[in-house]
Design a protein around this ligand. Structure first.
Ligand code: AMP
Ligand code: ZN
Ligand code: FE
Ligand code: FE
Length: 286
């Protein structure tokens, strides 16, 4: 079994359609994959159809935008009831926050000497319901201002750069509770990547496990080096939570991140399935 539990499609900021993504997963020898677009389940039906035809097991997932003390935290959710009204409404707010910041981003970039309109960005978004900075990056590439998403982030879109605008995110604890209400299991994505270790300390993680029944942490991720992985795995073991591994594949948006570059151990996936059942949900959707 080769298991990759974190991938993005064109339904958010990835560059493969859900069915292309499943075909690539199959080619890469994955037997289980989760589609975890940002703040939407929109790609799941198409991915499910493709997965059925290719004997890939598709886990329905989503990567929710949450925050802890004004710091962005990504929360992976697996096996939720995708029709749960509370979760559906929250994800709508999150997507509105994504679209709502575009005028300010375009204004700031324009004032910084890169004329850009919301229409320019929407051309890159296509019919994705979940607009992200990578789409703004694509618009900057299309204008010839930069040559890659990476350069766009480094120069213009990262938090300290002139094009950055903060957007709405749901409180992390509330997000975990909401995932559980919808029957799913909650796993913090790349918890110790990009400066997050200062916010998601061992003590904070312990409190999330004790007070909110956090189900797992993503350990094997490209934002974690070998040392971080070892320390985080030790913390996760002592807290008794699931440890996952995944690519966080975005297609050509992050060209060096291949599907299956990191994987989840089968026994950890079984433990995750058990957590989903405990919360009342299921990973095997029809
Ligand atoms: P947003 O969701 O609008 O806050 O944008 C953040 C998303 O951009 C993350 O989920 C990443 O997938 C992506 N991202 C962050 N940094 C980079 C980068 N340097 N190159 C490409 N994509 C990035
Ligand atoms: Zn993304
Ligand atoms: Fe993320
Ligand atoms: Fe992601």
């Amino acid at each position: 079994m080769r298991i990759d539990l974190h991938c993005h499609s064109t339904v958010s900021d990835g560059t493969d359609t859900p069915s292309e993504l499943v075909a690539r997963a199959h080619e890469a020898g994955l037997t289980v994959m989760a589609l975890t677009d940002h703040d939407t389940f929109g790609g799941i039906p198409e991915a499910r159809e493709a997965a059925r035809a290719m004997a890939v097991r598709l886990v329905p997932g989503v990567e929710l935008s949450t925050e802890l003390e004004s710091h962005s935290v990504h929360l992976l959710a697996y096996g939720c009831d995708m029709t749960h009204p509370g979760l559906r409404d929250e994800m709508r707010r999150l997507r509105e926050g994504r679209s709502g910041r575009l005028p300010a981003m375009c204004r700031q970039l324009t004032e910084s000497g890169l004329p850009l309109t919301v229409e320019d960005v929407m051309e890159q978004v296509g019919d994705s319901p979940s607009v992200g900075r990578p789409h703004v990056a694509d618009a900057l590439v299309a204008k010839g201002y930069v040559t890659s998403r990476d350069e766009a982030f480094a120069e213009w879109l990262d938090e300290s750069r002139p094009g950055y605008v903060v957007r709405y995110a749901v409180d992390l604890e509330k997000g975990i509770d909401l995932v559980h209400e919808a029957g799913g299991a909650a796993v913090i994505a790349h918890p110790w990547g990009r400066g997050s270790a200062d916010v998601l300390t061992e003590e904070v993680l312990a409190a999330l496990v004790n007070d909110h029944d956090l189900d797992g942490v993503e350990v094997d991720h490209e934002d974690h080096d070998a040392d971080v992985r070892e320390q985080l795995r030790r913390v996760a073991r002592s807290l008794g939570v699931v440890t996952t591994g995944s690519s966080d594949h975005h297609g050509t948006g992050k060209p060096h991140i291949h599907l299956g570059i990191n994987t989840t151990e089968p026994e950890q996936f079984e433990a995750l399935e058990a957590r989903v059942r405990l919360h009342g949900g299921t990973i095997d959707i029809r």
